[in-house]
Every structure is written in C-alpha cells, then in structure tokens.
Design a binder for this molecule. Structure first.
Ligand code: NAP
Length: 303
C-alpha cells in the first residue's frame, strides 16, 4: 500500500444527507407569525431575502432595511409575491441615526417589530497582509458595529415598552475557527457571537431572547463577485461537503423562524449552525498546507 495520501476521497455513489422538503412547506403551524412585524437587515438579497420569505410565509409583515434602492425593491417584490406585507426602508446599519429613522418608519407603517434579524454584513477574501486599514474597518463596522447598533436600537424600544422580543444574528463558523483569507469578517463574526451571549443574559430578564444562526455554504445568485469568484475555484461544491450537498435556502429560513418562534422561547444565547457538519470536518491525513495567497492565485507579497 502506498503511504501517499490520495488527493481526493471518492464519494460517488454515497447518498449524503437527504434533500429537505420543498420550498413552501413548514414545520411551524400556519400563521405562527400572524400580526408580527419582522425587521430584517439586508433582506433584499440572498440569504436575508430567503429568511424574510420564510417569516412571510408564516404570516409576518416584513421590514427590509438596507442601503440600495434596487435591493429594497427586490426584497419587497419577493415578499409581496408570497402574498405578504413588506416595507423597504433605506438604512445604513453603520449609522445610529439611520437605524433609528428606519425603526421609526417601520413602527409607523407596520407596528413595532418584535423580531430583529441581523443579516446584513460585508465580506471579501483578502490575505491579511494585503488588507488595507480601510477594508478592515469597513467590514468590522458593518458586520459587528452595525449588528450591535441595530440590536441596541431594537432592544431599547422593547425595554422602554416592556414588550417581549427576539433577536437573531446571522453569523459564520469562522467565529470559532478563524477564517484564513477573512481576518476582518471572522473577527467581526466572533464579536457577533459573543455579543449574542452577553445580551442574552443582560436582556433575558426583560423578555428579550437573542440567538445566532450560522449558515454553511448556501450559494445564491446575489453573491458578490469576490465571493462568487472564490467559490468558483471549487469545482464541485456538493462533493466538498460532508452532506454531499450544499444548503437549500429554505433550510436556513426554517431554522430562523423556529428560533424566533414561541416553540424556542427557552433557547437564548445559542448559536445554531446549519451546515451539514462542514465546519467540523477534519482530514484523517494531513494534506499539504496551501497559503491563502496561493489559494487566491496571488503572487508573492509585495509591500
Ligand atoms: P449578500 O447577498 O452579500 O447580502 C448582504 C446584504 O447586506 C445586502 O442585502 C446588503 O444590502 C446588506 N448590507 C451590506 N452593508 C450594509 C449596510 N451598511 N447597511 C445596511 N445593509 C447593508 O450576503 P449573503 O450571502 O446573503 O449573506 C447574508 C448573511 O449570511 C451575512 O451575514 C453573511 O455573513 C452570512 N453568511 C453567508 C454565507 C453564504 O453561503 N452565503 C455563509 C456564511 C455566512 P445593500 O447593499 O442594499 O445595503
């Protein structure tokens, strides 16, 4: 037997994890979110839109908060196509005033949101030595500071009114493991996870529940060029997952709607990973280390 490890372990013929039920089905009773307003940042694209759609299917009115008019329009269109009520509000989550104005508009039009989904984030792969100070600050400002500012605004309104509420922040598994090529985003997501744990304790006594939700690989058509280009380097995305498939967007939405539902009231301060165990993968053999520069096809570092 050769002592050289094979490059790939062929999994052809193995079933992987089963496909989920189709889009449109739900484990929660119809109308679970009837009369509820759900505020979702970045809900005009990708996973935010998918999460918002599952809340809408269960009767929620949706506030879509982000910066670009075309994203707001796309989000409203997606929710209305499901027969739901939606309001698009322009909001830059880096700015406390902008967030306050967005919540004011939401309250006026749809009633006070009792669920906040912190989905908006910024990200692009770059070796740390090539990362500009501005790139670091921008990603941390949107992903960590923006998530805190939205949560703070939402929490203060509920503390003042004495009303129960639920916050769900979308994270990433490199909050635990680190993420080569994503130093800025990984550090920011680690902060989001930690903030969730802190505030779950601080605000639990007031009836405010906080959790986080970590997607695995959920490719979608709105991915930025940087992220899509990075993904394109992996030829068969299904074969690279222990589940032998990537995530279907409704699977993330189902987890989100469960975590903010009455059936998850005693779950708080938790981060749920929905990734078919990909983040726990380790190789039995030790494949050679490939630097982030090489993975990204970058030449030697030049200061
Ligand atoms: P995406 O399509 O790039 O969406 C990001 C959203 O955030 C956009 O709708 C954008 O809208 C909004 N946004 C960005 N900066 C903002 C700001 N300053 N203020 C308000 N809104 C802002 O990303 P995605 O792939 O759907 O990811 C959604 C979440 O899942 C993120 O938290 C991401 O880290 C996480 N995640 C995704 C994957 C995946 O496989 N896709 C894996 C792990 C984690 P505007 O441009 O209109 O502002």
């Amino acid at each position: 037997m050769s002592d050289e490890a094979p490059d790939t372990i062929h999994s052809a013929g193995l079933p992987g994890l089963q496909a989920p039920p189709p889009v449109g089905s739900s484990a929660l009773p119809a109308g679970t979110y009837e009369g509820t307003t759900v505020f979702v940042t970045g809900a005009g694209t990708g996973l935010g839109k998918a999460i918002a759609s599952e809340f809408a299917r269960l009767g929620a009115s949706i506030v879509i908060a982000s910066r670009k008019a075309e994203h707001l329009d796309a989000g409203v269109e997606a929710i209305e196509a499901l027969g739901g009520a939606a309001l698009g509000v322009e909001c830059d989550i880096r700015e406390a005033d902008s967030i306050e104005a967005a919540f004011d508009a939401a309250e006026e039009r749809l009633g006070r949101p009792s669920v906040l989904v912190n989905n908006a984030a910024a990200n692009f792969p770059v070796p740390a030595e090539d990362m500009s100070p501005n790139a670091w600050r921008t990603v941390v400002d949107i992903t960590l500071n923006g998530t805190f500012l939205c949560t703070r605004e939402f929490g203060r309104r509920h503390l003042a009114a004495g009303t129960p509420a639920s916050v769900l922040s979308v994270g990433a598994s490199y909050a635990w493991t680190g993420g080569p090529g994503f130093a800025h985003s990984a550090a920011a997501k680690a902060g989001v996870k930690n903030m969730t744990e802190t505030l779950a304790v601080e605000w639990g006594p007031y009836g405010i529940q906080l959790n986080a939700l970590v997607p695995g690989l959920f490719p979608h058509e709105d991915m930025t060029e940087d992220i899509a280009g990075n993904l394109a380097a992996t030829s068969d995305k299904d074969a690279c997952q222990p589940a032998l498939r990537v995530g279907r967007r409704q699977e993330l939405g189902w987890a989100a709607t469960f975590l903010c539902s009455p059936y998850a009231r005693f779950i708080s301060g938790h981060t749920l990973v929905v990734d078919g165990a990909n983040w726990q993968r380790r190789t039995l053999t030790m494949p050679p280390v490939v630097t982030v520069r090489d993975q990204m096809g970058r030449g030697p570092f030049e200061p």
